[in-house]
Design a protein around this ligand. Sequence first.
Ligand SMILES: [Fe+2]
Ligand SMILES: [Fe+2]
Length: 133
Amino acid sequence: MNATEKITLGLPGVDQQHWILADCLASIELSVTEKGRTVAVNAALDRLVDLTRLHCADEERLMRVHEYPERDEHADEHRQLLTYMEKLRNRSISNEDSLSMMVFIQHWLREHIRTGDRRYAAYLANAGIKTTA
Ligand SMILES: [Fe+2]
Ligand SMILES: [Fe+2]
C-alpha cells in the first residue's frame, strides 16, 4: 500500500483535498530543506493554511449535514491543527525549527486522516450516504 492509498477514504472530494494537502506539505518540506525560509516557502505556507481551512470547513459541513455524533471533537482537532499551522507560518523561526514543525504537521495530518477522518467516513458509509464531497 502506498502513501496515497493509506490516506484514501473513499470520499472523492475529501480524498482529493487530502492528496493536495499532502503534496503541498511535501513540497514545502523539500523547499525548506533545500533553500531555507524563502519568499516561496512563505507563500506556500499561506496556501497550505488556506487549503487546510477550506478542507476542514468542508469536512465539518459534511459532518453537520449528516449529523455525525463526534463532529464537535473532530472540529476541535481541526482547530488545533490550524492553530499550529498558523504558528508555523507567523513565527520567525530557524530552518531547523521549520523542518521539525513540518514533519510534525505531516505526521499529525496522516494520523488524523487514518483515525478521525476514517471514523466519519465509516459512519457515512454505514449510513448508506453517498457523497462526492
Ligand atoms: Fe481531513
Ligand atoms: Fe478531519
